[in-house]
Design a protein around this ligand. Structure first.
Ligand SMILES: *Cc1c(COP(=O)(O)O)cnc(C)c1O
Length: 357
């Protein structure tokens, strides 16, 4: 397939750019967005950058009824010399296609969309904030647009990319949070859609999140949906445990999202000669290790926070206080290394960063 020409329609208005440290996550959007359409005859066609504006969709558009949609989340960082850097973006587009496959959405051409994203970011470069910890959040997503109530995959889709300047996840340094171990609700099961970034996984988590908040927790610890024993994820992050010198993260079971931060941490730890294992770990095993006093550090990982230390678990009325509510040395080192690479301040010997401009 020959590369399709990207049309650019510039906005004649420029919104004011707020101080990114003051913006609640994901509430402000830039002046332009990327759009591309699909139909079964033409494939993906008509890539374009247009002024950011609301969509008009038929009320019967399939996205509204059966949730056929996928998304991604990545960030553009402003590094030294005003370089704008992306972190392993090819992994996001590869994952978008894996999510799409699960949701019966046709695949995109990853390299081509990556090129279009570069164009979009170049056009919006003044929106990439400068302050340490801030970034331009990038949200690619696909929705099913065919107006039809039949329960079957849509014949038409829209791929869009919108951009949102975001402040630092933690203002005033990494802060360990309290986590509620969820014993009633399930996020995902093997054979379901847990490995895909698709809307339903997130709305299905709100009730448990509300329950956690009521009980004083910041996030939910998800256990497997079958036995309610094996630890899967924390909120919408992957999870790591440092127990007796060994780092353990739940193995990808089909219901766990394969995080790019997770993948990067495993690679870093292997390189640093720190034992790291992907395996099943049950909540009972964690509690037993806790009682033995060998749980050293626990942290969640994801693009939004990079590292989110766990200070405490609440499990069936029992408390596990981790590392005295302090950030562990390894958590801090991983955070400093990854955020340093992302901003081009730490040598990127892995070639993880991609320079946009
Ligand atoms: C996006 C996401 C993650 C983290 O993935 P990253 O690629 O590291 O941002 C983990 N779990 C869930 C459920 C997610 O949606």
């Amino acid at each position: 397939m020959t590369k399709q020409r990207l049309e650019i329609e510039k906005s004649n208005q420029q919104k004011p750019k707020p101080e990114s440290d003051q913006i609640p996550f994901g509430s402000v959007f830039t002046d332009h967005m990327f759009v591309m359409d699909y139909d079964s005859a033409k494939g993906w066609y008509d890539p374009r950058i247009v002024p950011y504006e609301p969509l008009t969709l038929d009320p019967a558009a399939m996205i509204f009824h059966y949730g056929q949609t996928v998304f991604e989340g990545l960030k553009a960082y402003r590094g030294e010399g005003d370089r704008i850097l992306l972190f392993r973006p090819e992994q996001n587009f590869a994952r978008l296609n894996r999510s799409s496959e699960r949701l019966s959405i046709p695949p995109i051409n990853e390299e081509e969309v990556m090129d279009h994203l570069r164009e979009l970011i170049s056009l919006e470069k003044d929106w990439v904030p400068e302050t340490k910890g801030t970034s331009l959040y990038i949200r690619p997503f696909i929705i099913a647009t065919e107006p039809n109530l039949a329960v079957a995959p849509s014949k038409t889709y829209k791929l869009m990319i919108i951009l949102s300047p975001v402040g630092s996840y933690f203002t005033g340094g990494l802060r360990p949070v309290t986590i509620n171990v969820e014993d009633q609700f399930t996020r995902a099961v093997k054979g379901g859609t847990g490995m895909a970034k698709t809307a339903g996984n997130y709305s299905a988590a709100y009730q448990a999140q509300a329950k956690a908040s009521q009980e004083g927790g910041a996030e939910v610890l998800w256990l497997d949906g079958v036995e309610k024993r094996f630890i899967e994820e924390v909120g919408s992050m992957n999870i790591f445990f440092k127990i007796n010198g060994e780092v353990i993260t739940p193995e990808l079971s089909g219901s766990i999202l394969k995080g790019i931060t997770r993948m990067s941490i495993i690679e870093l730890l292997q390189d640093w000669g720190i034992p790291v294992t992907e395996r099943k770990i049950s909540i009972d095993e964690l509690y037993q290790a806790y009682e033995e006093g060998i749980v050293e550090e626990v942290f969640g990982t994801g693009t939004a926070a990079v590292i989110s230390p766990v200070g405490e678990f609440n499990w069936l009325g029992k408390k596990m206080v981790i590392n005295n509510h302090q950030i562990g040395d390894l958590s801090q080192k991983l955070y400093d290394t990854i955020t340093g690479i992302q901003r081009g301040e730490v040598t990127d010997s892995y070639e993880w960063t991609v320079e946009v401009i």
